[in-house]
Design a protein around this ligand. Sequence first.
Ligand code: URA
Ligand code: SF4
Length: 257
Amino acid sequence: MSSTTKQKRTVNTTGSAADFIPPRPTLSKLRAAAEGCRGCHLYKYATHVVFGAGPARARLLVVGEQPGDVEDRAGKPFVGPSGKLLDRALDAAKIDRDSVYVTNAVKHFKFAREARSERRIHKSPNAGEVRACRPWLEHEIALVKPDIILCLGATAAKALLGRTFSVLKQRGVALESEWAPVVFATVHPSAVLRARHGEREAAERAFFADVKKVGARLSRAKPAAKRATRETGKFSAWPTTAHRSRTSSARTRSSHA
Ligand code: URA
Ligand code: SF4
């Protein structure tokens, strides 16, 4: 990186999306404000910011990692190959995709260009980028107040459940957390799509089985009662990043099914 680029980065980014959260946020105000986010350097390379989408009162909120190539062009989350697989899993679990709020831990696509083809290759966001972007996700969760959150992949799971959380060890398990009455984590659909020949079917079956557990839980939960409890509970409506990063944790519910 040249020194001029370096200098530009320091000048143009604030280090946190918190600096761009509007007063008295609503989902549509947040979505509009995210267009101008300069919380980290990723905004410079992507085509669009990809904010969450779905009903403001969704009972299920799904968190992915970051938009992919297709999402970056469309400006919408989960509309590419991973999104298609997610749609099929939701369908198999009898969850109406239109009833789900879908979002990502990081709102701008991070990629590297392949030298010859100019193809954009997905690069995983680092911990600093996830931290910088998290205020958007925190506010989406605080506004939607989902009964259940489903984290897809390690980036989403670690962003909400702490750095030491292991998706492979705790996939498909109902967890209690400060974010929602129930949080599930499973693999990212792109991991299923990348699975080696011969392992793909098993990977897809396991992913579908995890999403089915979410569906079963959703149909068992009583939405209205749960929402009322949350509103009078310990959850603060506008969490600060500092508070979240100190307290992010999850524990396994002893009584889960
Ligand atoms: N992968 C993600 O994590 N999110 C998207 O929106 C698309 C692909
Ligand atoms: Fe802001 Fe997140 Fe985009 Fe970084 S990735 S510029 S924090 S919206």
